[in-house]
Design a protein around this ligand. Sequence first.
Ligand SMILES: Nc1ncnc2c1ncn2[C@@H]1O[C@H](COP(=O)(O)OP(=O)(O)OP(=O)(O)O)[C@@H](O)[C@H]1O
Ligand SMILES: [Mg+2]
Length: 351
Amino acid sequence: MQQKNPFMISFSRKPVEYIDRPEQTEVILSTFRESPVTDQLFMIMGVRGSGKTVLMSSIANTLAADKEWIVVRCTPTGDIVHTIASELYNSNKFHQLSLEAQVNVPFVGHVGISSQVPEETDLSKIDKALAVLQQHGRKLLITIDEVTNTPQMKEFASVFQILIGKERPIYFLGTGLYENIMPLQNEKNMTFLYRAPRIVLGPLDMSAIARSYQNILRISAEQSVELAKLTKGYSFAFQVLGYIYWNAMPVKTVDSILPEYDDRLADASYSKMWMEMSETDRKVCRAIAENNGSKIKDVRETLQMDSNLFNVYRVRLKNRGIVNTGEYGKIAFSLPRFTEFVQNRSMLYEI
Ligand SMILES: Nc1ncnc2c1ncn2[C@@H]1O[C@H](COP(=O)(O)OP(=O)(O)OP(=O)(O)O)[C@@H](O)[C@H]1O
Ligand SMILES: [Mg+2]
């Protein structure tokens, strides 16, 4: 028996029990690596806790291990463009190349009082470095987790577009929440991010989840399928349910661990999503939770909303990854135990 719980309930770190997303990984890697290069950027999107940060880091790590790539990780509130310039010139991979190419590597951050030439801009430093990389068939990847509309992000956006226009080997991988990326369509310089090819993270492979539970928790195939269904493939839920089950072993009935499951989902994920919703989004969620097996018609009647207006909310909640509208005329939450969360929330806080 393993001594330590292998499931991980902290965000952002690659978990020990990691379920591959082979298709999405492959789309990004092959687009970036294989010529002809059709796209130099991707946005990874999906609801909170779907695994955006984990997937982005995994791809960044794969490329960082490749000698052809230099990877620079930035944050939306840091001085992005300056970080890129300084990390690029400080990287060993670039140093080796520039020694071979005998280029004069400018000292980044140097403010020479006695210097005769005006200080070079970060853009021109990056451009020069990219020219060297290009000569050697090397590439630069910039990653930014949780893209939001910041002045630094705007500055980066314009620099990136200039460099793409010069056909430099610069690539970008970002993550973002639907509600933060949507408003970028009306922002100067930022529309290219809104239009970037998107990888939307749906549920993890359910049979892989069941297999993992069966192996780690030493339960039967039937029990593991029952547990997997309780996660609906939601990445964070997969970790949480495994974590709680492991700690509670031997578990007599799954029902006995549901209260803790609900608490942890609410604390680390659902409460945050709820706070980020508009009052009408919440009303729509309450109506879905009230109408079990929700027919759209019943939900609309509860809300007294016409179908055009309802459609606006339906599409928005779907794009955020909160509801599913797969079956015709029906609507349901795509997140596990979200019905219970909404019902609890209404009972406890909103009378
Ligand atoms: N491929 C995966 N297989 C198994 N578990 C995963 C996978 N991807 C993510 N997780 C788990 O899901 C949880 C959330 O992952 P992550 O932090 O990447 O989400 P996120 O989409 O970046 O969330 P947020 O929008 O809040 O930043 C973590 O507990 C992580 O361990
Ligand atoms: Mg994240």
